[in-house]
Design a protein around this ligand. Structure first.
Ligand SMILES: C[S@@+](CC[C@H](N)C(=O)[O-])C[C@H]1O[C@@H](n2cnc3c(N)ncnc32)[C@H](O)[C@@H]1O
Length: 233
């Protein structure tokens, strides 16, 4: 799929969901939830933002990349943090997604996060119209559709910070392979970082040997550990 020409498929070809009683969407393909049952927004802030030293490192032109776009919650949490920083300029956000969700499903998932929902309208309108290039108030985002194992190696960009947000390594091993994590490192700017909720040993070792100085730090909520790392400058 050509990056600039990708288009959200019709709803019947999108990723499919089950809904738990607590409102959390669960992927039928991977049998795993899209975000934490407790408070997905707080988890995003802890794991992906703070884990990457954000919002402190944010500045005009800062580029965030993500494996696994899902509901866009991480994008919206980043948008909220950027708007709250009061800085001028525009962030770049590139996310890789193989099984895009239909806009009404995303809207239903985001309804549980009033702060994210409050800034979601432009995203939902553009996504619902099939756009994968999103112009938001402070962020220019590109969602690259297709299997990240195929799309990331040919990506021309380099991120200042990575959100590694596949489903759990046990259920979605293809997003945590040594080969793909080496591609993450290759597409990271010198001094750039990654953060992920998992502390799986093979993931940390792969990121370490790909060139990151990796640390295991306290996770969010019930999760004891997560992983962060910085690529040498
Ligand atoms: C935990 S969810 C991401 C949650 C998301 N960051 C959010 O804010 O809602 C994991 C995502 O990875 C996607 N995914 C799984 N395997 C993939 C692959 N090989 N390439 C690209 N995306 C993949 C899934 O479709 C799913 O949307």
């Amino acid at each position: 799929m050509h990056q600039g020409l990708s288009h959200i498929p019709p709803a019947d070809q999108c990723g499919t969901l089950d809904w738990r009683d607590d409102g959390v969407p669960v992927s039928t393909r991977f049998d795993d939830p899209y975000f934490s049952r407790n408070d997905g927004l707080a988890e995003t802030r802890h794991v992906f933002l703070a884990g990457n030293g954000l919002p402190a490192r944010l500045r005009d032109g800062f580029h965030i990349a993500e494996l696994g776009f899902g509901t866009g919650l991480n994008l919206l949490a980043t948008l909220l943090a950027w708007q709250a920083s009061g800085q001028p300029g525009t962030l770049r956000y590139t996310s890789f997604e193989a099984y895009p969700l239909a806009a009404p499903d995303i809207a239903r998932a985001l309804a549980h996060f009033p702060k994210a929902e409050a800034v979601a309208a432009p995203f939902l309108a553009q996504w619902g119209a099939g756009q994968t290039l999103l112009a938001l108030d402070g962020i220019e985002a590109e969602i690259i559709l297709g299997d990240a194992r195929e799309t990331l190696p040919t990506w021309q960009g380099r991120a200042d910070a990575w959100y590694l947000d596949g489903f759990s390594p046990a259920k979605n091993p293809e997003l945590w392979s040594d080969t793909l994590l080496a591609e993450v490192a290759r597409h990271t700017a010198p001094g750039g970082s990654f953060a992920t909720y998992t502390a799986a040993g093979h993931v940390r070792r792969a990121l370490q040997s790909a060139g990151f100085a990796v640390q295991r730090i306290p996770g969010h909520g019930a999760k004891r550990h997560m992983s962060v790392g910085v690529r040498s400058a």
